[in-house]
Write a protein that binds this ligand. Structure first.
Ligand SMILES: Nc1ncnc2c1ncn2[C@@H]1O[C@H](COP(=O)(O)OP(=O)(O)OP(=O)(O)O)[C@@H](O)[C@H]1O
Length: 700
């Protein structure tokens, strides 16, 4: 391949990023500046010009979909088979390493992988056992996930605590959770990274083997790496040949442990690092870039960038504030219809983005009313459907009979008369003998302590699993067909679920069983794709990496964007600003920001203030439309709630200053008799209930 072909259709900075291969390189790539193009071309350049073998470049992408696209593009480019290449997400790369090496950590290599659902099921089970309020399971799961992303073990976490607070309980749950995972011979997503780091830290020989195997490392979406992922890269990059591509302004996964300081500190950790900025944007008009650029410029901790485009100014950005969320939704639907009818856009060219899922309700109603086809991205993904998870759980249990979470899921699915009391006997037996649930069932079958009817039922279940597990299946599809047949799962099943199972089986044709099980375990909702011929609805987080000709960013209001939980915390506020920025920079031609004056949130109607981010928008780039009537029609409260009069001087989400407790955020306000009663959260102090006229508060 001639050098110029490889460097064709690249701007000078992109070229420089591709040609530089002498040491650590950070490519600070602004939104829409062609990150994917740089990584793909760089991979091709390294293999074709620098003679790296394609399987010696450790390439990390953000989603499986991005990895597959990259493999296809590179294969077309360099003309070689990319099946043996190491291009994938952090999770899939670590899974590959651990399948080969995990014995060194005392695990068996046929471990199961637990996704978020499995993780939550296990945590609920543990909370129940430890008699801790079960409904907390989601919060507990996310705290544990963040601890793992920070490489903090349960023992370390427990040793840091005071032995009394909620964290002590959390520490105990975390400890038990890790024990249970080990007992199940299972790893959750965070373990895949954490254990690979541990593997390398504890086994220097193994580490140097992988350092030799991968003399070059390429990382996409570097701004969203968490501490564990970054540590892994530091360990592996012995040769310092690492090229990280990212945009600090698009770091939006703090809640999952992503740490934007990884990108901000890259030069400190890799002292000779070369920094190249990509500032030419190929996606949006200059008006969109100026508006989004002015908003993000207000973030104090960032690497400054000034995006520009050759596309010209384009249409002004629209900001429209309406009376209610229903009016906001109708405004969006009508605008989509108008633009569609003018013939310049297909429905698939539109995206409607929102901060929180519940905003979608009014929007969906309005789209249906206008008969506009739409789909919601990141709903229940295919692999999270009940019937699919059930069938996959049979597969997982047959491959690893220690997998208690899968066994609990399917022991009575399809129904075979094994109820909660039998399961609790099995749990008891397993605990008594320190064995898996499956082994416990087998012990029970040998004893005389259970009735013959229970014996028949559990014996039937054991036979099914053992038959599936002992049969030699050539491919994953054969195994799935066998599962469907032996379990009777599709008898009496609804048509839609049946079709889903058939789809699953056909997707497994000619794929080795273990590869298929890993692939299914590692898919995530971020792999969902926009569908053809309909409008896409999604959260701002799900919009990452996508682009659409027309984008509506909705609910640009205080309390929503920025989200009320972030308002008291400076670093969370920076993240909210980045989230807004990511949303705006998805737009190619038309960007419309919308807001409502009143909105029903968590079954209350609230007065909404326009988002503080709007103040930063240069007005000359924007068409400012206020469709707010002074006297708006009041949205009735749901009947079951006692009517509360809204207080006029304070609104939920507004900030107040108290002489002793400092700044707080109003969580609730209502009028009772002649008194305005407020519930205010003062960070570090707690929630206080106050009567406004006596509280000496200043609204700020
Ligand atoms: N040198 C170039 N010439 C023309 N078009 C380009 C060039 N580089 C990239 N593009 C185009 O720019 C668009 C944006 O590229 P890409 O999706 O890779 O951006 P990105 O940097 O990943 O954006 P974001 O981070 O905002 O998701 C794509 O349509 C791509 O084909």
């Amino acid at each position: 391949m001639a050098k110029d072909v490889l460097l064709e259709e690249l701007n000078p900075q992109q070229k420089e990023a591709i040609l530089y291969s002498k040491g650590p390189l950070l490519v600070l790539a602004g939104a829409g500046s062609g990150k994917t193009r740089v990584i793909t071309h760089k991979f091709a350049y390294l293999t074709k010009k620098k003679k790296y073998h394609p399987s010696s470049i450790f390439t990390v992408t953000f989603t499986n979909k991005a990895a597959n696209e990259m493999k296809e593009r590179i294969a077309r480019f360099v003309g070689s088979d990319m099946r043996q290449s190491w291009i994938g997400t952090f999770h899939s790369q670590c899974n590959k390493i651990l399948r080969r090496e995990i014995k060194a950590l005392g695990y068996k290599p046929d471990f199961s992988i637990y996704d978020d659902d499995d993780q939550c099921n296990l945590i609920r089970h543990i909370l129940k056992e430890l008699k801790i309020y079960e409904a907390l399971y989601k919060g507990v799961a996310s705290r544990i996930s963040i601890l793992k992303a920070s490489l903090i073990s349960p023992e370390e976490f427990l040793s840091q605590g005071d032995g009394f607070s909620f964290d002590e309980k959390l520490g105990r749950v975390y400890l038990k959770y890790q024990d249970e995972l080990k007992r199940c011979n299972a790893l959750d997503f965070d373990d895949l990274i954490m254990l690979t780091v541990r593997l390398f830290e504890e086994n220097p020989k193994l580490l140097s083997k992988y350092q030799e195997m991968f003399p070059y490392i390429l990382v996409d979406e570097f701004q969203d790496t968490n501490h564990a992922q970054y540590r892994l890269l530091q360990l592996m990059a012995r040769h310092k040949n690492i090229c990280a591509v990212g945009d600090d302004d698009q770091s939006i996964y703090k809640f999952r442990g992503a740490d934007v300081s990884n990108i901000l500190n890259f030069e400190k950790d890799f002292p000779d690092a070369m920094i190249i900025k990509l500032e030419q944007n190929y996606r949006s008009t200059q008006n969109i870039l100026d508006v989004s650029g002015a908003v993000i410029a207000k973030n104090p901790q960032r690497k400054p960038k000034k995006l520009w485009t050759e596309k010209g100014c384009g249409e002004k950005v629209i900001y429209c504030r309406l009376n209610t969320e229903e009016e906001e939704a109708r405004y969006i639907a009508r605008n989509i219809k108008d633009l569609y009818l003018k013939g310049n856009y297909e429905y698939s060219h539109f995206a409607i983005l929102y901060r929180i899922n519940l905003q979608a309700r009014a929007i969906e109603d309005a789209l249906r009313e206008e008969v506009i086809p739409y789909h919601v991205i990141s709903g229940v993904s295919f692999y999270h459907r009940r019937e699919i998870k059930d069938i996959i759980s049979y597969m997982k249990l047959a491959l690893n009979t220690d997998d208690n979470v899968s066994l609990r899921r399917i022991i009575n699915s399809p129904p075979r008369g094994i109820g909660a009391s039998t399961l609790s006997k099995i749990e008891h037996e397993a605990k008594k003998n320190s064995v898996s649930l499956f082994a416990a069932i087998k012990l029970m079958l040998k004893s005389n302590n259970i009735t013959s009817s229970i014996k028949d039922k559990i014996s039937e279940f054991v036979k099914i699993i053992e038959k599936i597990s002992s049969t030699h299946h050539k491919t994953a599809a054969d195994m799935l067909k066998d599962i469907v047949e032996k379990t009777g799962y599709i008898e009496d099943i609804e048509e839609e679920r049946l079709q889903n199972i058939l789809e699953l089986v056909s997707s497994a044709e000619n794929i080795p069983i273990k590869d298929f099980a890993d692939r299914v375990a590692l898919v995530s909702t971020t792999d969902d794709e926009p569908k053809k011929a309909s409008v896409s609805l999604m959260t701002l987080h799900s919009a990452k990496g996508l682009e659409f000709p027309v984008v509506f960013v909705t609910g640009v209001e205080e309390g929503i964007l920025p989200y009320f939980k972030a308002i008291d915390d400076a670093s969370e506020m920076q993240e909210e600003r980045r989230l807004f920025y990511v949303g705006m920079t998805r737009a190619k031609d038309i960007l419309c920001l919308t807001a409502a004056k009143k909105r029903r949130l968590y079954s209350k109607v609230q007065e909404q203030e326009p988002s503080r981010f709007l103040q930063d928008i240069p007005k000359e780039c924007c068409n400012w439309i206020e469709k707010v009537q002074q006297k708006t029609e009041v949205i009735p409260e749901p009947a079951k709630l006692p009517p509360k009069k809204r207080a006029s001087a304070y609104t939920v989400g507004c900030r107040v200053k108290h002489p002793a407790w400092g700044i707080g955020v109003v969580r609730d306000c209502c009028e009772e008799g002649s008194n305005t009663k407020l519930t205010v959260n003062f960070p570090g102090i707690g929630i206080k209930r106050l009567v406004a006229k006596y509280a000496n508060l200043e609204r700020i």
